[in-house]
Write a protein that binds this ligand. Structure first.
Ligand code: F6P
Length: 333
């Protein structure tokens, strides 16, 4: 029997579904007669001892809410090994014998450090970016995808009415998963991601000019990571497109920029996120109860698996070629 408490914290950018993971952790602890405590505001809360009994909370009321009831933070102080040691001490003082960290790969580095410093810790992947290599799915991605699809469809309605062209910047950090899948789902005319070199003339200007006979409204999706690799903001890409298409083809585009921003991180979790988060949360507790720490739970071919955190952090993944090819077909034709 696990006779210490299990602690849970959320860290990094929040993601819809985090609350479902928390609820599943609480219920699985209760089911196994293990105590459970919540840590507010990620690693910062752990360092400050901002810890409370969560096991008598009615978690049924949180599972349809976006965000995280525990609050989240990006805690740079946690990179300092002295602070990691301090966090382990604080955890011990609160009777915590195992931690569960729900967040992205930056948060997993903290989870690895806690484990190495003697506190068994399990990572649960949650980020709207879907960019954690050891798992094919991260909690929050599906909700964000549906939010962005809804926004782009709405933008498209008004673009169509006014013969305008929208340049829509979507989140994803350095990864282009959201951008590529949204482009396919919304029938965009071009999509730019950091993972692929692009040429404004070939990938946007010539494509729009070729389609101009049949329609006069266009959607260009730009992943936020593009600016990091090309140095060009979405606004600059839009302005260069407008200038070039006028010069080369005599077409005057009425272009509008939308940076979707944090709307992409909010909202009720979808079915997919609720179920993935519940499964991962429950599995994380089972690992700790069985005396297993320093693992990250993941989804592989639809099944829950777990990896050593170090091994998980070293894995690499990239957008499948088949998906990139499909986006090219959808956008260009
Ligand atoms: O990792 C999630 C994410 O929303 C990224 O897509 C984005 O680049 C970043 O977080 C934004 O972070 P913040 O909310 O701290 O501005």
């Amino acid at each position: 029997m696990f006779n210490k408490k299990i602690g849970v914290l959320t860290s990094g950018g929040d993601a819809p579904g985090m609350n479902n993971a928390i609820a599943a952790i609480v219920k699985t602890c209760k089911y196994n007669n293990a105590g459970v405590v919540g840590v507010n505001y990620g690693y910062r809360g752990l360092l400050n001892g901002d810890i409370f009994d969560i096991d008598n909370m009615n978690t049924d009321d949180i599972i349809n809410r976006g965000g995280t009831i525990l609050g989240s933070a990006r805690c740079l102080e946690f990179k300092d090994p002295e602070n990691v040691k301090k966090a382990v001490e604080v955890a011990k003082q609160h009777g915590i014998g195992g931690m569960i960290v729900i967040g992205g790969d930056g948060s997993f580095r903290g989870a690895r450090d806690l484990s190495l410093a003697g506190l068994p810790t399990i990572g649960i992947p949650a980020t709207i970016d879907n960019d954690i290599s050891c798992t094919e799915y991260t909690i929050g991605y599906d909700t964000a995808l549906n939010t962005v699809i809804d926004c782009v469809d709405k933008i498209n309605d008004t673009m169509r009415s006014h013969n305008r062209s929208a340049f829509v910047e979507v989140m994803g950090n350095k990864a282009g998963y959201l951008a590529v899948e949204v482009a396919i789902a919304c029938g965009a005319d071009a999509v730019l991601v950091a993972e692929q070199n692009f040429d404004i003339e070939k990938n946007i200007v010539d494509v729009i000019a070729r389609k101009y006979e049949e329609k006069k409204h266009f959607i260009v999706i730009v992943a936020e990571g593009v600016e990091k690799v090309s140095g060009k903001s979405t606004k600059k890409i839009m302005n260069e497109t407008v200038e070039m298409i006028d010069k080369k083809y005599g077409i005057q585009l009425d272009a509008k920029l939308t940076v979707l921003g944090h709307i992409q991180r909010g909202g009720k979790p979808t079915y997919k996120d609720r179920i993935a988060a519940s499964r991962m949360g429950s599995d994380a507790v089972k690992l700790l109860i069985n005396g297993i720490g320093n693992r990250v739970v993941a989804l592989k071919h639809g099944k829950i698996v777990d990896y050593d955190i170090l091994e998980g952090l070293e894995m690499k993944k990239s957008i499948e070629d088949e998906l990139l090819m499909l986006s090219k077909i959808i956008c260009e034709k």
